[in-house]
Design a protein around this ligand. Sequence first.
Ligand code: HEC
Length: 150
Amino acid sequence: MKKQLVLCLSILLLWNYGCRQTDKTTSDYKNAAINYEQLDLKRGENIVQTVCNSCHDPSAEKTNRIAPPLELAKRNYLAVTNTEEEFVKKMVRFIMNPTEEEAELHQDVEEYGLMDPLGYSLTDIQSVAVYIYRTELEWPEWMDEEGGQE
Ligand code: HEC
């Protein structure tokens, strides 16, 4: 009887552990499918304008910036991906967990320091990335002069 109880408990524990392993939202973003029905591009736009642009301000002077314009990141991401899906997945991987390995703008990582994680849900960040891919963003004149790529 006691043996059975121990067995039951171990199975429960193992099962619970296994579940938590596969349900870890923190690493799910890495290969997550893009569930277009769940996305909200209006919310994506809102996050870009109120949160992202507080650092990535498209009209800030070159010498007075906290972060590069998003259009600069976009062009660099477009240059190394072939489809919307690849672009969005790559951007989501970086935003959900910014690391030097995922970063494309190495010069900016050096200049401004690595971006901090923001704590948004995967769906929100996918909405942001699809919005960025599909929208013509503003960018400052100095970017034209420099060709707009790093
Ligand atoms: C608190 C300031 C801050 C906020 C808010 C912020 N970022 Fe950033 N971001 C940075 C800095 C600094 C860099 C440049 C260094 C780097 O690449 O990590 C950066 C870089 C990036 C890059 C290029 C990463 C690369 O490959 O090097 C992308 C893409 C990006 N941000 C997207 C976003 C989006 C989208 C949002 C809003 C959801 C956002 N950021 C909000 C500071 C910020």
